[in-house]
Design a protein around this ligand. Structure first.
Ligand code: ZN
Ligand code: ZN
Length: 323
């Protein structure tokens, strides 16, 4: 990637609370739908098949949302990067970086909070096992280091934290401060969530990404909404906890610490952000449901828009967004 290429955001884990494996029933449904649509068609070569899959199959047939729990890589053109959270997606991310760039290497990891779905990938993050690597882990929770050490402790995991080969350093940051991390400007923001969570505004080269997961927003708390909108202000991309529907957040799942697609649109409109990416998908929701939610969110965005269009997407493992 050339130095002026902006930012590349890669999603390695997008499911909330618990990873969700694709199962045989799901695959069979997709195959059936694909074959039904291909009936009577003739494909002369693999390229024609690839084009059919890419251009003609509905998204929930050709893709799957979620899978791994949260892990997002934000890379800059000069080979520097930040990693947001260490959910189960971190395993594949670590393997990819090792394969492409080898060791020794320095990693910078921002932690929203230390709930299990956000740290469970670390014991399988292979760079942590390799001497010569340095891993900086940043967060605002005083118990940051203890949470990582505890999941390596017996009887939960066979490799004690102190046996890891990399030089691992924890940095507890004061909430609300702006820091320079690996050439990125990073500001944290306290969020409403069980045990607290922190959102991050990440800026570099005139581009801005908000990573805001595991956060509840109350419709009636105008001061808090204005505060969040200011934090999101003019962002190029907002990665947003849209785990629930509006109906969920207003009823049974109120106070569960997560937000909705509708709240994501409202906050992004207010902040004049450019792109909302729905994230931390509810494990109960299958691909068809998540796709329907995306379409409903886009319709809501259209009818509630004032003068500033907002692009809406839904994150899936493997999605790349260039800014
Ligand atoms: Zn979570
Ligand atoms: Zn959480």
């Amino acid at each position: 990637m050339p130095a002026d290429a902006g930012l590349l955001v890669r999603f390695w884990g997008t499911r909330g609370s618990l990873p969700k494996a694709a199962d045989s029933a799901m695959l069979q449904d997709k195959l059936q739908a694909a074959l039904r649509q291909a009936a009577g068609r003739r494909f002369d070569d693999d390229d024609a098949i690839e084009r059919f899959i890419r251009d003609e199959l509905p998204f929930p047939v050709s893709h799957t949302f979620g899978g791994n729990s949260p892990c997002v890589q934000i890379a800059a053109g000069d080979d520097e990067e930040l990693i947001c959270d260490m959910g189960s997606g971190a395993r594949e991310l670590g393997n990819r970086i090792l394969a492409e760039r080898g060791s020794p290497r320095t990693y910078h990891i921002l932690m929203s909070h230390v709930h299990w779905d956000h740290i469970m990938g670390f014991p399988f993050f292979v760079p942590a096992f390799i001497p010569g690597n340095t891993i900086h882990i940043y967060g605002c929770h005083p118990g940051l280091e203890e949470a990582f050490r505890r999941q390596h402790g017996p009887p939960s995991f066979p490799v004690p934290f102190d046996a890891l080969g990399a030089d691992i350093r924890f940095h507890v940051m004061p909430a609300g401060e702006t820091l320079d991390i690996a050439g990125f400007r990073v500001r944290s923001h306290l969020q409403l969530h069980g045990g607290d969570s922190y959102g991050y505004r990440i800026e570099r080269g005139g581009k801005s990404v908000i990573y805001s997961t595991d956060s509840e927003h109350k419709h009636e708390d105008e001061a808090a909404l204005a505060d969040v909108a200011a934090f999101f202000r003019d962002a190029d991309l907002v990665i947003f906890d849209a785990m629930y529907s509006l109906a969920d957040t207003a009823s049974v799942k109120e106070d569960w610490g997560h937000s909705s697609n509708i709240m994501g649109v409202e906050l992004c409109h207010r902040a004049r952000a450019r792109h909302l990416c729905m994230f931390h998908h509810e494990p109960v929701n299958d691909d068809a449901t998540l796709y329907r939610l995306l379409q409903e969110t886009r319709r809501y965005e259209e009818i509630s828009r004032r003068d500033h269009p907002l692009h809406v997407t839904s994150a899936y493992d493997g999605l790349e967004i260039r800014l």
